[in-house]
Design a protein around this ligand. Structure first.
Ligand SMILES: Cc1cc2nc3c(=O)[nH]c(=O)nc-3n(C[C@H](O)[C@H](O)[C@H](O)COP(=O)(O)O)c2cc1C
Length: 215
């Protein structure tokens, strides 16, 4: 008998060997689907467990940690940097305010990324905050390295006062200078003072969840 999977966010039922990658109704990803047991099938729908009740098939250990981390909400940003005459940018979700007084933020960047190299060399970076129409930018800057291609080609940009390139078609931009670095294994956490900001558009910021749901 074919398996039935329930989306714990909206209740959509999917039939198949595995849950769908993305829920066609609400956009939740596969980790939000739970297997519907035969007991559940026999019950009236009012008795079937819903999103409001605890998940019965509780994943354990590593799986639970991964699923828990997956539910942290993030925005999406293009982090840009410039050093020794080279410009580059990458997509990142790990960008967040630490304090507002002084204006200070942090980013988590993979040590293998070209952007990481440029930030370490220059001690500065730019942040372009994507709007909900920024899928193409996330794709363009998030899936290949600027060591091989110029990711800014065909993208409308301007240069900030610190010298980094900033996207035009975004909600806001910021420029920041690094004040501290924390080695986090595969990534470096750069702590930085915000030295400039500009408001370019009104609109809803892109979230990581929205990007995944609509991609
Ligand atoms: C949605 C999304 C979010 C990402 N978030 C991060 C992040 O927070 N930190 C990071 O180092 N890489 C992140 N990446 C991966 C980099 O954008 C990717 O590795 C990029 O190709 C690096 O480019 P570079 O070598 O030109 O710097 C993300 C990619 C996507 C698509």
């Amino acid at each position: 008998m074919e398996k039935r999977w329930r989306c714990t966010v909206c209740g959509y039922i999917h039939t198949g060997e595995n849950p769908p990658e993305i829920c066609p109704i609400c956009g939740a990803d596969a980790s939000f689907f739970e297997l519907v047991s035969q007991e559940d099938e026999a019950k009236p729908s009012s008795e079937v467990k819903s999103n409001a009740k605890p998940v019965v098939d509780q994943p354990d250990g590593e799986a639970a940690i991964r699923q828990a981390l997956y539910r942290i909400s993030y925005g999406l940003y293009i982090i840009s940097a410039q050093a020794e005459g080279r410009d580059n940018g990458q997509c990142a979700n790990t960008c967040f305010q630490i304090t507002s007084e002084p204006a200070r933020l942090a980013i988590g960047i993979n040590k293998l990324n070209f952007t990481h190299e440029l930030i370490q060399k220059s001690g500065k970076f730019g942040v372009s905050v994507l709007s909900q129409t920024g899928h193409d930018y996330a794709r363009k800057f998030g899936y290949r390295t600027g060591r091989d291609v110029n990711k800014f080609e065909g993208v409308a940009v301007h240069r900030g006062k610190s010298g980094v390139l900033l996207l035009n078609d975004v909600l806001v931009t910021m420029e920041a200078t690094v004040i501290s670095q924390l080695d986090s294994g595969t990534h470096t956490l750069f702590l930085a003072d915000v030295i400039g900001g500009e408001i370019l558009q009104e609109g809803e910021p892109m979230t990581y969840a929205y990007f995944r749901a609509k991609k």
